[in-house]
Design a protein around this ligand. Structure first.
Ligand code: ADP
Ligand code: MG
Length: 557
């Protein structure tokens, strides 16, 4: 569904700037429909579902028609409750931030009169209030409505249900006849129609029908992550849950290309679909994906229309869709035919507002998830392997000929098993072995140039002089960093364990203690030195290595 941009609605630069701050990218349908009509000065009866953006639909024109140089009340907004009045006032405040000299004040019962007197006396152009308290101020002579150009009845149906009809009529009668009258309501009852007939002239009806959205019963999660951490987050989630087949949605072709390349560089099988790819190729990719010939499809909305893959376990909104309907289409690709599926949405910065909008629009709860730490992923991976091994052991009937050969050569069965484990998956021991942590000779370190990717922004690599042969595990490294640098375990980024040394990405703010000298940490079997590591080549992007046997890129091997 294509939407209008706010910049196409003829708004002032001040209001556009404020809308940008709010993070609204495109106008909601009720906004595209109502704003131009209101700006032309027509009376309007607006009708749309809760959560569809009605507040801004009337607040924006209200702000635009106000004369900041004139300090009399020019817009009156009536709301049924103090909570709603407060909410609307907040939105008006935000939207009018850059309009110099424009003031808006909420007026509702239960709040101190003094403050309201003071504000009203100072001069405000927009008053947002509940009918009762507005009447009160009119009676006291502290609120003058004779310059009102626009009167808005927000949630008119509720105000009538609450018995405000007489008050509303008295209030409207205190405003000039030539005012613009705006009714917003979820429903339009006979009573409201009477009110409209009596107090508006040739009103334009603006109605947005809600298309029925059937939100699939998939587990929906969102993860707050910064833009630059999205890739890392994706890798962790995929590894933690062991996803094997998923679609990852991005909003731009460029992002699709970048992400597909990055996934392939990490050893995943991935392919891409976007509008910039020739149709014949798209069909090929689509067919391969349907047959699960690769793991992850990275796509834009347009290109992925109509994809129907039954075993799809995962849909990732790598970028939050602009449109709530797109969200529903995207996540509807998983959890088909009663299968289990998971929909994951990455949220960065102001996306959270958009997500709340989508939640309201779709009337579903999207739960907040926590990104698994490197340690948790590792733990899960080991757990999974143990599970498989147990299953094999329980099944029995294992061929022992190769093991027998090693036993005959004099190795013991524990060592053989440990060696196989290491071969399969990297170190599993959480304790460095006795008698001592082998220190990497300085020369060897200098000659070995680790293929590290540049650290994420705000992060820096630190080096530990214990490597693969010391059987140091990612958990050990996280523990050491926690103890020595005082950082929380979850802030540790990528970990790479290589011969003779290990590396970990750590947020820079924890590194002051390492500026001048390395830290030496005593461990059971000796000591480990932690130091800053800065000499990566900037053009090296990601560690390139095949993903085989469950190797994970961030704990390295
Ligand atoms: P309604 O009055 O129709 O129930 P609201 O005006 O309270 O809905 O808006 C619901 C939510 O949607 C609010 O959190 C609001 O900030 C957000 N919202 C409104 N317009 C937009 C937009 N164009 N883009 C994104 N979010 C929006
Ligand atoms: Mg509302």
């Amino acid at each position: 569904m294509s939407r209008q941009k706010f910049s196409e609605l003829g708004l002032s630069s001040e209001v556009l700037k404020a809308i940008g701050d709010l993070g609204f990218e495109e106008a909601a349908p009720i906004q595209s429909a109502a704003i131009p009509v209101l700006m032309e000065g027509h009376d309007v009866v607006g009708q749309s579902q809760t959560g569809s953006g009605k507040t801004a639909a009337f607040a924006i024109p209200a702000i635009e028609i106000c004369q900041a140089s004139d300090r009399s009340v020019q817009v009156l907004i009536l709301c049924p409750t103090r909570e709603l009045a407060t909410q609307v006032a907040e939105e008006v405040h935000k939207l009018s931030t850059y309009k110099k000299g424009l003031h808006a004040v909420p007026i509702y019962g239960g709040a101190s009169y003094e403050r309201q007197f003071y504000e009203l006396k100072k001069g405000v152009q927009i008053v947002i209030g509940t009918p009762g308290r507005i009447m009160d101020h009119m009676d006291r002579g502290t609120l003058d409505l004779k310059n009102v150009k626009m009167a808005v009845l927000d949630e008119a149906d509720r105000m009538l249900d609450m018995g405000f009809r007489d008050d509303i009529e008295k209030i409207l009668e205190a405003t000039p006849d030539e005012r613009q009258t705006v009714f917003f309501s979820a429903t339009v009852s006979k009573q409201i129609r009477e009110l409209i007939g009596k107090y508006s002239r040739d009103p334009k009806s603006v109605k947005i029908e809600q298309r029925e959205l059937t939100v699939p019963t998939v587990e929906q999660w969102y993860f707050e992550t910064q833009q630059r951490m999205k890739f890392e987050t994706l890798l962790r989630l995929v590894d933690f849950h062991g996803f094997k087949l998923g679609i990852i949605f991005c909003n731009t072709q460029r992002m699709v290309d970048e992400l597909a390349d990055d996934l392939i560089a990490q050893g995943f099988s991935a392919d891409r679909l976007h509008g910039g790819i020739a149709q014949a190729q798209r069909t090929r990719v689509m067919n391969k994906f349907k047959k699960a010939e690769f793991e992850f499809l990275v796509a834009t909305d347009v290109a992925a229309r109509g994809i129907d893959v039954d075993e799809l376990e995962l849909v990732v909104n790598y970028d939050l869709p602009y449109d709530a309907e797109d969200y529903v289409h995207r996540i509807g690709r998983t959890g088909r035919a009663g299968r289990k599926g998971m929909a994951v949405t990455f949220v960065s910065g102001r996306d959270i507002y958009k997500l709340q909008f989508i939640e309201r629009f779709t009337r579903t709860k999207i739960r907040r998830g926590t990104i698994p730490t490197a340690g948790e992923v590792e733990e899960r991976r080991i757990g999974g392997q143990l599970e498989k091994i147990r299953a094999l052991l329980n099944r029995g009937n294992l061929s022992t000929s190769v093991v027998d050969r090693l036993l005959e050569e004099g190795y013991n069965s524990t060592d053989i098993a440990a060696a196989l484990f290491e071969l399969l998956a990297g170190p599993t021991e959480s304790k460095p072995p006795a008698p001592e942590v082998p220190k990497a000779p300085e020369k060897a370190v200098a000659s070995y140039s680790p293929n590290l990717r540049p650290p994420a922004r705000g992060m820096q690599w630190v080096r530990l002089n214990a490597g693969r042969e010391s059987r140091i595990s990612p958990r050990d490294i996280i523990g050491l960093l926690e103890d020595s640098l005082g950082l929380p375990a979850r802030t540790v980024g990528m970990i790479d364990i290589v011969p003779g040394q290990s590396f970990a990405q750590v947020p820079r703010q924890f590194l002051d203690v390492l500026r001048d000298a390395p830290r030496v940490i005593e461990v059971e079997s000796g000591s480990v030195e932690i130091s800053l590591f800065e000499s990566q080549k900037p053009e090296q992007k990601y560690l390139k290595k095949p993903r085989t046997g469950g190797k994970k890129p961030y704990h390295g091997k």
